[in-house]
Unconditional design. Structure first.
Length: 376
């Protein structure tokens, strides 16, 4: 059996090596490293794939969130509601812009932001909601957009973990995650479902005026060289990363299907065990693209299981061990522990298993047998 990786980027590269190398070589030969043809090509390709009018490439996913908020004209003191159970980047940019982060609890079933908690958190100062499509599962965007419409709020989708996922609406229609809110943001960090070989990100919107503003912000506020029309930042996707993404984008659906297939095998092997709650898998839609495959371990020693797996050379991880409301940087007297029962519970229960496009049956069997061996 080949060595198990949490994310096997080397194995993935082996199958796309020629395409990637050729694409990068074209950049090297033309020396168009910033805002070159590969960036514009990727932008158009991603717009077509997502079915969105505007993709604005940028330097990373954190910048994508920050620039989205800047483009909406949010001002210091405006309240922005987001999930407590996620990576810090989501709340980090809210704080950096001197906005007021409002952390709320998540839903136990899907680990995404709680609709009930969103409604409870809205005040006259609330200006935006930032749902995070955690671990690759799309949040309930139809309901979130309804809440936003009722209260005249912006919706900024944090789509760093769910690119390629579909959101299915009650009328049967589907839209890609990240394209449903007023603006969406994603990351192309190497381990993402669509990852480059460094840092990269993008912003999505169907709003022409907002797209124009965002394009200026990412480039020092310039639309014409040395004419700074808005306050901007320096956040551009470089051409070499765009070359890698151009090579991988046609394979994104295939990559996501491979992740779903691996998830299905994991769940088949583990479901029904009294100490394991495995992710549910929808056979009729692509609402979960399994950026992570995350179990809940109940009435058992989760940390002991982690050490057992590591001892068998099985990488695993806990996302996220410390809730954002408990982090020193984001501590606030407004937050009470009783406001976050689900987040606090998940922080003690979750464990993520290896998940990538190169997982094979032998590895999945080895991993699941090791889990069952420990839990008995």
């Amino acid at each position: 059996m080949k060595k198990i990786q949490m994310v096997d980027l080397q194995g993935q590269y082996k199958y796309i090596k020629d395409t990637v190398n050729t694409s990068i070589q074209e950049v090297l030969e033309t020396s168009t490293y910033i805002n070159g043809p590969k960036v514009h090509e990727f932008q158009k390709n991603l717009e077509n794939y997502l079915g969105v009018k505007h993709v604005i490439p940028c330097a990373n996913g954190t910048d994508a969130l920050q620039i989205a908020m800047m483009g909406l004209g949010l001002e210091p003191g405006d309240e922005v509601i987001t999930a407590d159970f996620t990576f810090a980047a989501t709340v980090e940019v809210i704080a950096l812009l001197k906005l007021t982060p409002v952390l709320v609890d998540v839903d136990l079933h899907n680990m995404n932001i709680s609709l009930e908690r969103i409604r409870q958190a809205i005040t006259p100062k609330t200006k935006a909601i930032v749902p995070v499509h955690l671990f690759g599962r799309v949040a309930n965007m139809e309901a979130i957009m309804q809440i936003a419409q009722e209260h005249n709020l912006y919706v900024i989708e944090d789509n760093a973990q769910a690119i390629g996922a579909d959101c299915k609406f009650s009328d049967g229609s589907k839209r890609k995650a990240g394209t449903i809110g007023h603006v969406g943001a994603t990351s192309f960090f190497p381990s993402k479902n669509l990852g480059c070989y460094g840092d990269g990100g993008a912003i999505f919107t169907n709003d022409d005026a907002l797209a124009h503003t965002l394009r200026g912000i990412v480039n020092h506020g310039m639309y014409v060289r040395y004419h700074h029309d808005v306050v901007g930042v320096n956040s551009r996707l470089d051409s070499i990363q765009a070359a890698v993404l151009n090579a991988k984008l046609p394979l994104l659906d295939q990559y996501n299907q491979a992740r779903q297939n691996a998830a299905r095998k994991y769940t088949t092997a583990l479901q029904g065990h009294q100490n394991i709650i495995a992710p549910s898998i929808c056979d009729t839609c692509d609402c979960h693209v399994f950026h992570q495959y995350t179990l809940r371990i109940i009435n058992a020693d989760r940390d002991g299981l982690m050490q057992h797996l590591l001892g068998k050379d099985i990488p695993c991880a806990i996302y996220y061990p410390i809730p954002l409301h408990s982090q020193k940087a984001y501590a606030d007297a407004r937050y009470k522990e009783e406001d976050f029962p689900v987040t606090n519970q998940l922080a003690k229960e979750v464990i993520s298993l290896p998940m990538h496009t190169e997982l094979d049956d032998e590895q999945i069997n080895y991993i699941t047998q090791a889990i069952l061996e420990y839990l008995k």
